[in-house]
Design a protein around this ligand. Structure first.
Ligand SMILES: [Zn+2]
Length: 279
């Protein structure tokens, strides 16, 4: 699983590595990775000969903007990896797509999870192709938002628990189970606190924790959890992994207080928290 700090890390790397490069050929040795296309040739035909102008991110989707007006959308948040390779490098058997550039090697999509998906759409029709993007909430790594605007937005969700709020993509973009637990620990708030119970000071703290946690994690290239799914373009795991405060740290000491991190079930989900310093 990858969340917004990992996808943003890939976006920055891809923009630097393949932005401005022209696609020579596209091969699809794997199956099941382009379900929106009628066949491999139709998919390749939309890409070959085009130039990647830049890479942008929409929620957890990586979007390569092409000079044809189309976009190559890469969805790896549920699994799979993107790798830079020289054409002569051995091809891993889990390789699903190989994009060869006229200059500067290849970009390969590798996946054993079955969750990786790639597709091409006209860039201006992306929201129709992915309807959830039309109702996307605040994306703090994409544009700055003030805590007062954030506060107004979350107070529309009275009756919702904080962890569920963080996972609601119409409220906050790109947050999954890892960063939901980390943000709540950083704010000193319990995952099952109700939005309506927050004081003004707590809303500010919650907002600051959201922004700082995601920015710091992205700056340090995200995390690779025990599923081992996430890696960068060179195959390296996320550099923020060691900085996790609660996620998958049950039974270990809380780094902020003298408590012990717990793993509990809440609303049918596994949640990591410190019962001592989250109130
Ligand atoms: Zn603690």
């Amino acid at each position: 699983m990858a969340e917004v700090p990992e996808i943003e890390t890939l976006r920055r790397d891809l923009d630097r590595e393949v932005g401005g490069k022209r696609i020579k050929t596209v091969e699809v040795p794997g199956s099941g990775v382009i379900p929106r296309h009628t066949n491999k040739k139709q998919f390749s035909g939309l890409l070959e000969g085009t130039k990647i102008n830049s890479i942008v991110r929409r929620d957890l989707l990586l979007v390569a903007k092409l000079d044809s007006g189309d976009a190559l959308v890469m969805d790896i948040h549920g699994g799979g990896q993107l790798r830079r390779h020289a054409a002569k490098d051995a091809v891993d058997k889990a390789t699903k797509v190989v994009v060869t550039f006229t200059q500067g090697g290849q970009l390969r999509a590798v996946d054993e999870s079955g969750n990786l998906e790639l597709f091409v759409v006209p860039f201006d029709q992306l929201a129709e192709a992915v309807p959830a993007l039309a109702t996307l909430g605040v994306d703090v790594l994409d544009e700055p938002v003030s805590w007062t605007v954030f506060g107004e937005r979350i107070l529309r969700h009275r009756g919702t628990k904080l962890r569920a709020l963080l996972l609601d993509r119409t409220v906050v973009a790109g947050v999954g189970p890892v960063y939901a637990d980390e943000i709540l620990h950083a704010s000193g708030l319990r995952p099952d606190r109700d939005v309506s119970s927050l004081s003004t000071q707590e809303i500010r703290r919650f907002f600051r924790a959201l922004v700082e946690t995601l920015h710091e994690a992205a700056k340090h290239r995200g995390v690779t959890t025990s599923d081992g799914q996430y890696a960068d373009l060179t195959g390296k795991p996320g550099g923020w992994t060691e900085q996790l405060q609660v996620f998958e740290r049950d039974g270990q000491a809380c780094l902020r207080c003298r408590g012990v991190v717990s793993k509990v079930r809440q609303a049918n989900k596994t949640v990591y928290l410190c019962e001592a310093c989250q109130v």
